[in-house]
Design a protein around this ligand. Structure first.
Ligand code: PLP
Length: 354
């Protein structure tokens, strides 16, 4: 069997949920499990996070799967319904929906008698992605409050800069001016705001990345906040090459040995979700020691420098990211973020649970 495997640590998921609660003790936790739980597997992550007060994701079919598997807590569709024809499914399964545009507000007028649909009314407080303009919001709120088929209404927004210097105050100021800010339940905080801005916690917090043990901050590492990586991507050395001075390595011959080198070929490539743009020097662990990648990442393989590791060879264990190799640092080397690496784990990678 190909040695590449992603190990998912359920205990780490539970641990990270406990860290969310420690930071936001008075808030309920809406665990964000979109994108196949950031690559960790939807049902597996939901089971590990079953103590969460709710789950948030995008696909209606996945929400239904959670209900059918017996999850009873709140389930929220983060982009709302895409077509009014989906509303009977939301009602049947007791799903809550984000409402972020006037078309969705209007569609709720046609809910059937006896319906009680919980909604999260999302305001665009400056990110300019999803949400009603603050000027549209009072009208939308009134219309939803008049609609007897709408159940609970939670006020929602999303922060654009919670992970960087600009911060959240400018967006909170816009939210505080809205009618209902103090009287309606509200949900504002993603992982970065949970960790950095207690004033944003409100009634529901919405952690995503931190549940998986990865830092939301570009220069951070999950360990700084006591988080544990929930995914470890590991493989083995499947071949060793001895390079002479001047020998080139891999596609494009982009790496050339200046002296004699030992190179380990690792069974993991970009078709597994490892970033193709990771340059020579990206951190990787072989046989328990940190070393670096060499040359271009190819579809199914990449290369690790074993020059200073004479004992490492075919069969040596390689950690691409996870325990001992922060996914944040691999992402940083490749010019991306841990979010992308985790959620882009390819379906062909075998997943085992610990
Ligand atoms: C993805 C997402 C989150 C979680 O964000 P993290 O940075 O992963 O914590 C929260 N809220 C909304 C609306 C999202 O789309």
């Amino acid at each position: 069997m190909r040695p590449l495997v992603a190990t998912i640590d359920s205990a780490a998921l539970k641990h990270n949920l406990a860290i969310v609660r420690r930071h936001a003790p008075r808030s309920r936790v809406l665990a964000v499990i979109k994108a196949n739980a950031y690559g960790h597997g939807l049902m597996r992550a939901a089971a590990a996070l079953s103590e969460a007060d709710g789950f948030a994701l995008l696909e209606l079919e996945d929400a239904v799967r959670l209900r059918e598997a017996g999850f009873r807590q709140r389930i929220v569709l983060l982009e709302g319904f895409f077509d009014p024809g989906e509303l009977p499914v939301l009602l049947k399964h007791g799903l809550a929906t984000v409402v972020h545009n006037m078309e969705q507000v209007a569609a709720l007028d046609a809910l059937p008698d006896g319906a009680k649909l919980d909604v999260l009314l999302k305001v665009n407080s400056g990110m300019n992605r999803l949400g009603l303009a603050p000027s549209e919001y009072p009208h939308a709120l009134e219309r939803l409050q008049r609609n007897t088929r709408v159940g609970g209404i939670t006020l929602m927004t999303h922060f654009a800069n919670a992970d960087e210097a600009r911060g959240v105050a400018w967006q909170i100021e816009r939210m505080q001016r809205l009618p209902g800010y103090d009287s309606l339940p509200r949900t504002l905080a993603n992982s970065a705001a949970i960790l950095r801005y207690p004033e944003t916690h409100g009634d529901w917090v919405r952690p995503g990345i931190m549940l998986y043990g990865c830092s939301p901050f570009p220069e951070g590492a999950g360990g700084d906040d006591g988080l544990k990586p929930a995914m470890t991507l590991e493989s083995s050395i499947i071949a060793v090459q001895e390079l002479k001075p001047g020998d080139a390595l891999g596609y494009g011959s982009s790496f050339r040995a200046e002296r004699g080198m030992r190179v380990g070929v690792v069974a993991c490539g970009y078709a597994d979700g490892y970033p193709r743009h990771a340059p020579t020097g990206t951190p990787v662990m072989v046989a328990g020691r940190m070393t670096r990648t060499l040359g271009r990442v190819s579809m199914d393989m990449l290369c690790a420098d074993l020059t200073a590791m004479q004992k490492a060879g075919v069969g040596s264990r390689v950690i691409l990211w996870g325990e001992g190799v922060p996914v944040e640092r691999v992402a940083e080397a490749a010019g991306t973020v841990g979010y992308q690496l985790l959620s882009a784990l390819a379906p062909r990678v075998r997943i085992v649970e610990r």
